[in-house]
Design a protein around this ligand. Structure first.
Ligand SMILES: *Cc1c(COP(=O)(O)O)cnc(C)c1O
Length: 422
């Protein structure tokens, strides 16, 4: 072998071979080339609070965080994270030994798995899962064991089968990787479900990594309860939070871990060789953001709830079956009422057909057939963007399903589409 190109051996190693490029790249490129509204990837199209942005500018100008911040994160942010967990959940963490700042939740997930898994260890995660889970388990040499959240049409939500979860635990299971509120289904695990998960973890002596980045985006009667609050869980749980989703600054990549000193030390051992540190000035800004009054969180949630309802109603009107989410940025739909069965085919055609981009949930499954008819739309976008998307979807599908197109919607949508394809 003389160099990179001479060998028959693939460049991407076996651990990562199945994770070529993400669906988001493909779909975002489609959005660009067709001019479609991108409801694929979950990032807001407006920035978060002005005062938080100003806090970042001030930190930059004042020379705070422009050089390597401390490895565990700046003390102000660690203290603010601990205060947040105390205030909201009555969980006490020592900012010096039990809080670790990371480069977003993404690094926290990677560092936790790299630190806590031996090759061959089994990790149970709910499918559909957030796309980095499978890749990080693979990088850590672990084996993922999916437990499928199944559509419960009566309840209008995706549901965890606790018996299936129990049956998935073996002598090789090291860790449960939990996500609530859950992306992409919008399911928020109930107190009873969480209690059962906690009992199982204690009984089988499992570690738990819990991704709670949508903790502030919980709707209706749903309630976010951190797994770490259940008996026996504090000492075995790595809780992951992030500023990206809560403050609409997904580009800042400020996340954190709260856990026992032993677990934080382990996660930090991996984290220090991934990024060492990150986002210096933003850490100061997020410390201020975490101390915003309750009214910020309420207004943010109410705004996102209105967006959920706007897009959900539009999708229902267009003929989709909608699982109205109890949390997160996303609404999952079933396309079968439209006469469609394959989300991949559907999403590849959707930009041309309706001028909207969505994501086929099947990419988040190991058992792809389980996810085939489900398609995810992000609603963390401006109201007028969601209105236009709803209008386009209505125009594209209502005529096909033989139902009358609402009066006055045909013209503008057609003209938008012809501009777009011109
Ligand atoms: C967006 C998201 C993340 C990543 O958070 P960052 O802080 O941007 O790294 C992790 N988990 C879930 C479920 C997400 O939706």
């Amino acid at each position: 072998m003389t160099g990179m190109t001479s060998s028959a051996r693939p460049l991407l190693n076996r651990r990562l071979a199945e994770f070529g490029t993400t669906i988001f790249a493909e779909m975002s490129a489609l959005a660009l080339s067709t001019g479609a509204i991108n409801l694929g990837q979950g990032f807001p199209d407006t920035d978060g609070p002005e005062e938080v942005r100003e806090a970042a500018v001030r930190a930059l100008r004042d020379g705070r965080g422009n050089q390597y911040p401390p490895g565990p994160g700046i003390p102000e942010l660690r203290t603010a994270v601990a205060a947040h967990q105390q205030r909201r959940y009555s969980l006490s963490f020592d900012p010096d030994t039990e809080v670790l700042v990371t480069a977003g939740a993404t690094e926290a997930i990677a560092a936790a798995l790299l630190a806590l898994l031996e090759p061959g260890d089994e990790v149970i995660a709910f499918e559909p899962y957030y796309d980095s889970y499978a890749a990080c388990i693979a990088m850590a040499g672990g084996r993922r064991v999916p437990v499928t959240l199944r559509a419960d049409e009566g309840a209008g939500r995706f549901r965890l089968d606790l018996d299936e979860l129990r049956d998935a635990v073996t002598d090789r299971t090291r860790l449960l990787l939990i996500n609530t509120p859950h992306n992409p289904t919008g399911t928020v695990l109930t107190r009873a479900e969480l209690a059962a998960i906690a009992e199982l973890a204690v009984e089988r002596d499992l570690l738990v990594v819990t991704d709670e980045v949508y903790e502030h985006l919980v709707f209706d009667d749903a309630e976010h309860v951190p797994l770490a609050t259940f008996p026996g869980m504090r000492e075995r749980t790595v809780t992951i939070g992030s500023a990206g989703k809560t403050y609409s600054f997904t580009g800042w990549k400020v996340g954190w871990v709260t856990a026992s000193p032993e677990l934080v030390t382990a996660v930090r051992s991996a984290k220090q060789y991934l990024t060492y540190v990150s986002a210096g000035p933003f850490q100061y800004a997020v410390a201020e953001a975490l101390a915003l009054p309750e009214s910020y969180f309420t207004a943010f949630r109410d705004d996102m709830l209105a967006k959920r309802d706007l897009l959900s109603a539009g999708l229902e009107e267009a003929g989709f079956r909608v699982f109205r989410p109890s949390g997160t940025y996303f609404v999952t739909t079933d396309i079968r009422p439209l006469g469609e069965t394959d989300g991949f085919t559907f999403c590849r055609a959707l930009p041309e057909r309706a001028g909207v981009v969505a994501i086929p949930n099947a990419v988040f499954y190991d058992h792809r057939e389980e996810g085939a008819p489900f398609v995810r739309f992000a609603f963390c976008k401006r109201t007028e963007v969601l209105q236009e998307a709803a209008k386009r979807l209505g125009a594209a599908f209502q005529t096909r399903s033989g139902r009358p197109r609402p009066v006055g919607q045909g013209g503008p949508v057609r003209s938008t589409r012809s501009r777009r394809t011109a």
